[in-house]
Design a protein around this ligand. Structure first.
Ligand code: SF4
Length: 346
């Protein structure tokens, strides 16, 4: 039997909560309701992948190229005219993509590869021997070379609901940054010096829905009741058109604060540390397998401001009916098959 693949996402899940790892990787359970945030991140990655490939293919990044990517996005949300959620996501991804390419018109790097996969041995740092059980796999958004210095960097794109100083401050310690630098350098056999970490904030704007005649009359009557004249000149609110909403979003994404680019150099000491950490985690994973003990970490149940995807299952004590109704089985390591990894930015 071949070695089992680990990824940044799976090893991070194991480190955060072993029960979550057990549910996702060993039992292969995922919630039936796909998280819309993941879909937005995945579509945004798809657009940027196509944008990066243009340079690799020697195709001009002109209006025609942009229109082709937007056309791809249109086809990804075929029911947006009648489905409010598809419409919301389409607007957001479209404006994020257009804002991004406007923000980074001239890049200081050239693309070497996009969506580059790695699959490497996990090495015991004490003996130098590879693990007999596990390999490390992953996919980086881009591999780039600086035009001025010739240095190689991994390029990672993230979309995030918020962007705080603390999130950026801790990036030098980020497991993904360190792992991707090390394993991608190993796989590509080039000296990668760090990661260019691009974060795009997801705008919180909402498309104005307008009001029907009944809603309008109620609002008008309420306003009239509050006025001295007992009259109101309020006009009926009409739904905001797609064009107007896109204009408002474009205005939002003209603000540089909606983007952050962090260029991180990774030291050999940090690489040594992450190699040792990954090895230690593989040993703990083997032990969890041997003992069949996947303990819970309740401090992670409400991380990222929402319940963990497995909260209903843990809360029910592992009730099979909850599995039947709320989860389906899907192979792990979805980030290797789709665009972008499925972990939150921060
Ligand atoms: S609900 Fe809490 S304990 Fe259960 S898997 Fe999620 S993080 Fe772990």
């Amino acid at each position: 039997m071949g070695k089992r693949k680990l990824t940044y996402s799976s090893i991070r899940t194991f480190r955060n909560c072993r029960r979550q790892y057990f549910n996702r990787v060993e039992r292969q359970l995922v919630p039936i309701d796909t998280d819309s945030n993941l879909r937005i991140g995945s579509m945004f990655h798809e657009c940027l992948e196509r944008w990066g490939r243009l340079e690799l293919d020697g195709v001009s990044r002109d209006d025609t190229a942009v229109a082709a990517i937007l056309d791809h996005l249109d086809r990804a949300y075929p029911n947006r005219a009648g489905d409010p959620e598809q419409n919301r996501q389409w607007h957001l991804v479209r404006s994020m993509f257009l804002g991004y390419i406007r923000q980074y018109t001239e890049e200081p790097f050239r693309f070497v590869a996009v969506e580059k996969v790695f699959d490497c041995p996990i090495v015991n740092p004490t003996t130098g021997c590879p693990s007999r059980t596990f390999r490390m796999a992953g996919k980086v958004d881009g591999l780039v070379q600086m035009k001025e210095t010739g240095e190689y960097f991994v390029l990672e794109h993230k979309s995030s609901a918020v962007l705080t100083g603390a999130n950026i401050e801790k990036l030098p310690l980020d497991l993904q940054v360190l792992m991707y630098t090390h394993y991608m350098a190993q796989a590509a056999e080039i000296p990668i010096v760090g990661v260019i970490y691009d974060v795009v904030v997801k705008a919180q704007l909402k498309q104005k829905q307008g009001e029907d005649e009944e809603q309008y009359q109620i609002r008008k009557a309420e306003l009239a009741a509050k006025s001295k004249s007992k009259k109101s000149s309020a006009k009926r609110q009409i739904p905001e058109s797609n064009e107007n909403f896109q204009d408002r979003l474009a205005q939002k994404y003209s603000d540089p604060a909606m983007f952050h680019r962090e260029i991180l150099y990774v030291s050999q000491e940090d690489i040594d540390e992450v190699v040792a950490e990954v090895w230690a985690l593989t040993q703990q994973l083997l032990q969890a397998h041997r003992e069949g003990h996947w303990y819970r970490n309740d401090s992670m149940c409400f991380q990222y401001g929402r319940p963990c995807a497995y909260f209903p299952l843990c809360r029910s004590g592992g009730n099979p009916n909850v599995i039947e109704n709320l989860y389906e089985r899907r192979p792990p390591h979805s980030e290797l098959a789709t665009n972008g990894d499925d972990s939150p930015a921060f």
